[in-house]
Design a protein around this ligand. Structure first.
Ligand SMILES: CC(=O)SCCNC(=O)CCNC(=O)[C@H](O)C(C)(C)COP(=O)(O)OP(=O)(O)OC[C@H]1O[C@@H](n2cnc3c(N)ncnc32)[C@H](O)[C@@H]1OP(=O)(O)O
Ligand SMILES: CC(C)C(=O)C(=O)O
Length: 498
């Protein structure tokens, strides 16, 4: 039987502090409900004193969510705490998260104060929060750089004052995993009453060690991990929820596990990325586009013989349908043969060798080889040939005017034209396409990336279009990003319009 690691998700508080990631209340409720389905134990819903909008979000999330604890952040300030308690009034399970900086940097420069005064303020804020709620979590901000002996005094004092959870943040992402683990161990060994409360970690990623520090803290006694979806958060971000979840699931010998339904991880990662306009880096562990994509010949051969040769996680366990074998100039015959097999073509050794020669020549020029290319190399014509092609696109756009797009599509040789307006050139182009293709289609994910640098660069567009409950992926690259967006939309449509 594993020990339970409580998951405290702060995507809607620390994650939402990221410039450009602010969500409205409806969007926050959508994320909170997805977090509930994922199985997180605590949702930090906001910092109610910070704005009327954040206050209202905490109120509405409290109403919308049933079983996770809803937590609101405050400073060690009475008015912050009163306002947080008010925002939490409808929560079925509520927690106030209050605290103060304990490192000498914070004490001296932020507060112009001294250790004894900060200790008193720490005790006072916990006692005050206890007047409103039973469940009070204290944070010792910048605990990572706080002297262990003083930190132990603060932790002991706030436990005595009634804290139920004590959070030890590495606010600046400074600690080495061994140092952070030792800090938690020091507290476990020196603080009276520590075994009656939960110790939490809240690690930032300034040196890329957030997950390692969190796990080190957990291995030394912490039982709550504060995390965010995709690791978003202030500066270089927080510890990623998905990484902690899958480390616990993969390393059973740790004897620690979460309550999470990990098959929801990929879906919620995409949802947060798209709502917060925060792309996930392709090589991001667990949820990056390439996390289960194999692109070099030796790996592809190994994975095709046995998935576990190069995969420590079954993609289905995190909600990814299957791994992918990407055909590039670094692929070998095994990968090409596999793709041909998927397309229903079996070649003997000689024919495969011949196709492979052509494949390498093309791959050196094209970078990535698609199914059409493979079929041509095998001397076949694509059975489900692309029915939809972009014939022409003209867009008028600017400041102070509405964007208008005229579009021409070639559908299996027949020409169609439409014109539409939108809140920007891409929206106008997509609306025009929708006037020709009368299907329910929703753009769920839209990512534009520049390939190199400079204003003459090629833009790559990745798009996911939902049609009848299924997500279809579309891609295009063009120096004109509006054209690339329209083409990516058309690429996705081609996958369900036959
Ligand atoms: C590590 C973290 O992520 S903590 C969370 C960070 N998140 C945020 O700051 C987002 C929400 N914040 C806000 O909306 C605003 O900063 C508010 C409403 C909290 C405060 O706004 P203002 O009153 O205008 O203060 P301002 O932001 O300029 O400065 C912060 C003040 O809080 C004090 N303070 C900071 N942390 C704490 C704390 N934990 N306990 C008590 N006081 C604190 C600072 O010393 C400073 O006080 P001073 O003005 O007397 O020097
Ligand atoms: C409020 C605290 C927990 C915090 O965000 C930090 O220290 O990074």
């Amino acid at each position: 039987m594993s020990d339970r690691l409580f998951i405290f998700d702060t995507t809607l508080r620390d994650g939402e502090q990221v410039p450009g990631c602010q969500l409205n209340t409806v969007e926050k409720i959508e994320v909170a409900k997805a977090l509930e389905e994922l199985g997180v134990d605590v949702i930090e819903a906001g910092f109610p004193i910070s704005s009327p909008g954040d206050f209202n979000s905490v109120v509405e999330i409290s109403k919308a969510v049933t079983w996770p604890t809803i937590c609101a952040l405050t400073r060690a300030v009475e008015n912050d705490i009163r306002v947080a308690a008010d925002a939490l009034q409808y929560a079925k399970h509520k927690r106030i998260h209050t605290g103060i900086g304990t490192s000498d940097y914070h004490i001296k420069y932020k507060f112009n104060s001294n250790r004894e005064d900060i200790l008193e303020r720490a005790i006072a804020c916990v006692k005050y929060a206890k007047r409103f709620v039973e469940d009070v979590q204290f944070y010792a901000e910048d605990a990572g750089r706080t002297d262990n002996e003083y930190l132990a005094r603060v932790v002991e004092a706030v436990i005595k004052a009634g804290a139920t959870v004590v959070n030890i943040p590495d606010t600046t992402g400074y600690c080495l995993p061994s140092q952070f683990g030792e800090k938690i161990q020091y507290l476990m060994e020196h603080v009276k009453g520590i075994h009656n409360v939960t110790i939490a970690t809240h690690c930032h990623n300034d040196l890329g060690m957030a997950t390692a520090n969190t796990m080190s803290g957990v291995m030394h006694g912490a039982r709550q991990a504060e995390v965010t979806i995709n690791g978003i958060g202030e500066r270089a971000g927080n510890t990623s929820l998905e990484e902690v979840a899958m480390i616990c699931r993969s390393h059973k010998e740790l004897g620690i596990d979460t309550n999470l339904n990990t098959t929801k991880l990929y879906g919620i990662s995409r949802m947060v990325s798209s709502l917060m306009n925060m792309p996930v880096q392709p090589n991001k562990a667990i949820v990056g586009r390439n996390a289960f994509a194999h692109s070099s010949g030796i790996h592809q051969d190994g994975v095709l013989k046995n998935r576990e040769s190069y995969e420590i996680i079954d993609p289905k366990d995190v909600g990814v349908d299957e791994n992918s074998i990407v055909l590039t100039a670094r692929s070998g015959r095994a990968a090409l043969k596999h793709r041909l097999h998927v397309l229903g073509i079996e070649l003997d050794k000689e024919a495969l060798d011949k196709a492979y020669e052509g494949f390498l020549q093309l791959a050196d020029k094209k970078k990535e080889i698609n199914d059409d290319d493979v079929l041509l190399l095998a001397g076949e014509h694509r059975k489900a040939s692309r029915r939809l092609k972009l014939d022409f696109l003209q867009v008028t756009s600017g400041v102070g005017i509405k964007s208008v797009a005229s579009i021409g599509l070639d559908i299996a040789g027949e020409k169609f034209e439409a014109c539409a307006s939108g809140n920007g050139p891409v929206d106008a182009a997509i609306s025009a396409i929708k006037q020709i293709i009368h299907r329910k289609m929703l753009v769920k994910e839209f990512l534009i990336q520049a390939i190199n640098k400079g204003s003459n660069d090629i833009g790559k567009v990745h798009m996911t279009v939902e049609h009848e409950g299924v997500a279809y992926y579309g891609f295009s690259a063009n120096t004109d990003i509006v054209a690339a967006s329209a083409e990516a939309f058309i690429d996705a449509i081609n996958k369900f319009v036959h």
